[in-house]
Write a protein that binds this ligand. Sequence first.
Ligand SMILES: *[C@@H]1O[C@H](CO)[C@@H](O)[C@H](O)[C@H]1NC(C)=O
Ligand SMILES: *[C@@H]1O[C@H](CO)[C@@H](O)[C@H](O)[C@H]1NC(C)=O
Ligand SMILES: *[C@@H]1O[C@H](CO)[C@@H](O)[C@H](O)[C@H]1NC(C)=O
Ligand SMILES: *[C@@H]1O[C@H](CO)[C@@H](O)[C@H](O)[C@H]1NC(C)=O
Length: 426
Amino acid sequence: MRKGQVNVFFLLLFLSLSSASDQKWRKAMMSAYNGSSSSSSMMMNRVGSSILFPIHGNVYPTGYYNVTIYIGHPPKPYFLDLDTGSDLTWLQCNAPCVHCIEAPHPLYQPSNDLVACRHPLCAALHPPDYKCESPDQCDYEVEYADGGSSLGVLVRDVFSLNYTNGVRLSPRLALGCGYDQIPGTSYHPLDGILGLGRGKSSIVSQLQSQGLVRNVVGHCLSGRGGGFLFFGDGLYDSSHVTWTSMSQEFTKYYSPGSAELHFGGKATGIKNLIVIFDSGSSYTYLNSQAYQALTLLLKKELSGQSLKEAPEDQTLPLCWKGRKPFRSVHDAKKYFKTSLALAFANSGRRKTQFELHPEAYLIISNKGNVCLGILNGTQVGLQNLNVIGDISMQDRMVVYDNEKQVIGWSPANCDHLPRFKSAYYM
Ligand SMILES: *[C@@H]1O[C@H](CO)[C@@H](O)[C@H](O)[C@H]1NC(C)=O
Ligand SMILES: *[C@@H]1O[C@H](CO)[C@@H](O)[C@H](O)[C@H]1NC(C)=O
Ligand SMILES: *[C@@H]1O[C@H](CO)[C@@H](O)[C@H](O)[C@H]1NC(C)=O
Ligand SMILES: *[C@@H]1O[C@H](CO)[C@@H](O)[C@H](O)[C@H]1NC(C)=O
């Protein structure tokens, strides 16, 4: 969602989608992939039929991770921001472009295969009472929490993808041709956004509806920069993953529901925090109350130590200077010994904890100070939403399984692409 923004979709609506065509679509979706029967011939083997992408970027100083996706015929590369906080994938587009932001590649030349306004993929981007202005095209507008936005139309085009078993696929998928963009405060010089959210219009949900992959997204962001992204469930061992169910209440985002902040292994009483996982946000955000409690606890822990607050360092709102400049979080770790965690309530079951090691909430600024990478979400307009951003997801695999409706994580080395033994399974 980029810098923890809340996406406000003003789109369209659709209400008049006849229920007959709706059902047809649903049926097609279901028969394309029937839930639990993993032996479905369409799915081939799970390991071979995952799709894996290397990614580039880091939390600081770059502030985002990008993935290269090949789109069009012939395929052209685009650098996209990885965003599990929004659904729609869009490219800056020559429709012609009214307002585009400087991008690494030439503007996308849209295909003329327009998605109709009443199509379910279009409807998924609009409120239920949206009135189609022209039935033949799907206008969209997405707005991100940092104030950025994209306005355009949905088209279908060929995506060039490879399964990990080497089989190539070229599905036609819907994407936004964005011809009017406003940059937000967290401007990234990229060609567009890869929307990986829970909604129907996300690329993975579209691949699933064509029977090509299970509706599972995962990423492994390396603390040393780079890492990988995958679609499908073949690249991790589920028994080594800590799983928690997705909230059925906050269905717009990947949210395990509400959490309580733990400090030093103990509950702090700061609870009912609605938490979302958002790869589009580089830092982690807590609401004002939780943020205040956390900073007080940290300041108390640091009092009497040789770290001094460094308000002159504007890298982030709270930085500390050591006796000597720090070169890595590892150097500064000895001052931050108390463990931090978010404990998810998980509908009566045992609480699942998402632990935050110092590497998951600290950065070293270019001045050699150590800065808190957990920020005040109320200040950036997130209201009560709490966001787990890239900083806190580094060096673990985070998996969003939209079929089982669970989110999971496990420690991982994200510096190397996972080894998959497709040969053994085929
Ligand atoms: C999915 O599979 C189950 C069991 O094999 C079957 O009963 C059900 O009708 C199938 N659903 C669809 C939509 O094909
Ligand atoms: C995006 O990733 C590619 C590698 O796939 C890299 O070459 C490029 O510099 C990155 N672009 C930006 C703007 O970070
Ligand atoms: C898919 O694999 C082929 C053959 O190895 C390669 O040429 C192509 O660049 C790959 N495409 C993508 C999108 O990775
Ligand atoms: C967080 O931001 C809000 C809104 O700007 C502000 O009122 C509040 O004082 C901030 N909280 C802390 C602890 O800085």
